[in-house]
Design a protein around this ligand. Structure first.
Ligand code: ATP
Ligand code: MG
Length: 488
């Protein structure tokens, strides 16, 4: 049996991983200058968190999530454990709410107990609770969990869970890490892919926040070395104006229904906005004639969008308006934006973002405004590589060619000292003939070979050979460090 990485996943090897590290470090550095702090999030969450925020009808949630049941190992007869699990269990709550659990005195008592802390369960309550819990044998104690397809929902969950609305000013967080979607793998599209994202949560929805987030994003791209990226922005309205626009759009779509493909026909009912996203060649002319959101924004959304554009101009940020930019997740309101980069073929969106006022509230938190973006790290790296910004492997500075038993211990000590001083050092773990050792040094691309035999140990003079031209000289240990530093 031959093991292979699962379809849609891949290994990132050196020297590519050097570029990955550099890109991620650049994000940390740039985001910190804008006052963002890193949040590290779990890789899996309750399925419901994603369903509710991203939208149960979206492709991401309905088709692409990696979902599994997680059974906590409940020991029958350990009441505290059972209580904790039952309390957290949506199935029990739902069964109780829908009268699927008979309202006997004993069950009512048990439910009442479940709402208290276990400490307060009196002796007479415990047996009733236990019988109740045993009686729930037909209720699934497992809960549905999913690998995260994106991280905004998790950030909002964490914002609520940690009461971050009480923090001063806007809460500015960034994250990076793997996301999971069961999509058809192709260039720039993977099932485990990586994102670098940032979110601003708080009381204000000032367009200056949106513009500053975009400014930060572009500053990061510039520092990372990405060139030729273009920014599109749009406003998709809010709960006051979008529903009416969607109805207008649906009515217009129904008139041209017969000329649309099956996906778009279905979306007329499920999510007409998504039709605007269609890449089908034969639908383009039809879509261009559809009513545009810009003509249907309410006054507040129109003013917000106009101010956003002023704020972008103030910052010297070039943009184009793309009225068809609706984004695939349900939670967006008002500002949406996308960045397209060269060298990526049809998977050319390297970053998507937008405003999601109301999402925190939808997840059970206080009324909160929010905006954020997610960069597809894989695509950013691909674009950097295609445009010649790939990282070179970190070169090996010194290869320690030691030979003879007496040379070994001093070589170990010296290798440690050189590494302490920041040099990349290779020390062969077993004795080799000088000729073989130097041959390996050459193949590994070392700049210098340090030759340590028993004579060198006795005299304290080490031979340093520059492998490019074979030039060699003798140095004391102190002089050697000086010389290497100067040659750096
Ligand atoms: P696309 O239209 O390319 O499918 P999306 O709208 O699904 O992107 P978002 O959910 O907004 O993307 O995620 C933000 C960014 O994450 C995208 O712009 C893209 O760079 C990246 N991304 C999304 N899905 C994948 C994937 N399967 N593989 C690699 N990168 C991805
Ligand atoms: Mg997608």
């Amino acid at each position: 049996m031959k093991f292979q990485a699962i379809k849609g996943t891949r290994d990132i090897l050196p020297p590519d991983s050097i570029l990955w590290n550099r890109v991620e470090q650049t994000a940390c550095d740039v985001f910190a200058t804008y006052g963002f702090g890193e949040i590290r999030l779990p890789i899996f969450e309750q399925t419901e968190l994603f369903a509710r925020s991203i939208g149960a009808e979206t492709d991401v949630v309905s088709k692409e999530m990696y979902t599994f049941e997680s059974y906590d190992n409940v020991r029958i007869g350990h009441p505290q454990e059972m209580v904790d699990i039952v309390r957290a269990n949506e199935a029990v709550k739902e069964a109780w709410a829908n009268n699927r659990i008979p309202r006997t005195d004993e069950n009512c008592l048990a439910i009442a107990i479940l709402h208290q802390t276990f400490d307060s369960i009196k002796d007479e309550g415990a047996p009733a609770l236990l019988r109740f819990l045993h009686g729930l044998h037909n209720i699934d104690f497992g809960q549905s969990l999913s690998l995260r397809p994106e991280a905004t929902a998790s950030v909002c969950r964490a914002y609520i869970e940690h009461g971050m609305q009480t923090l001063p000013g806007n809460v500015k967080l960034y994250y990076m890490g793997p996301m999971f979607r069961r999509e058809r793998p192709q260039k720039g599209r993977y099932r485990q892919f990586y994102q670098i994202g940032a979110e601003v949560l708080g009381q204000s929805d000032a367009p200056a926040i949106d513009a500053e987030v975009i400014e930060m994003l572009l500053a990061f791209f510039e520092k990372a070395g990405l060139s030729g990226a273009t920014l599109s922005v749009n406003s998709i309205g809010d709960k006051n104006c979008r529903p009416q626009y969607i109805e207008t759009l649906r009515a217009a779509l129904l008139k041209v229904k017969d000329h649309l493909g099956p996906d778009s026909q279905r979306r007329i009912e499920t999510n007409p906005l998504r039709v605007l996203d269609s890449k089908l060649h034969e639908e383009q002319a039809i879509i261009e004639k559809l009513p545009r959101i810009a003509d249907h924004l309410c006054d507040a959304c129109r003013a917000h969008f106009a101010k956003l554009q002023d704020e972008l101009k103030l910052r010297g940020i070039a943009y184009e308006i793309n009225w068809r930019l609706v984004r695939g997740l349900d939670y967006y309101t008002r500002t949406t934006f996308e960045i397209v980069a060269p060298g990526l073929g049809s998977q050319n969106a390297v970053c998507g973002g937008g405003r999601y006022d109301g999402l925190v509230e939808l997840l059970g938190g206080p009324p909160t405004k929010g905006i954020g973006f997610a960069i597809g790290t894989d695509r950013l790296i691909l674009s950097l590589q295609e445009t010649g910004k790939a990282a070179a492997a970190k070169s090996l500075d010194v290869y320690v060619a030691w030979m003879g038993e007496k040379a070994y211990a001093p070589s170990v000590t010296l290798a440690r000292k050189l590494r302490d001083a920041g040099f990349a050092v290779e020390l062969p773990p077993e004795e080799m003939k000088f000729k073989k050792s130097l041959g390996l040094a050459d193949k590994l691309g070392a700049r210098f070979a340090l030759i340590i035999g028993e004579d060198e140990v006795a005299s304290g003079q080490l031979t340093l050979k520059r492998l490019a031209d074979g030039e060699q000289s003798k140095y004391s240990e102190a002089a050697l460090l000086e010389h290497l530093r100067a040659a750096r």
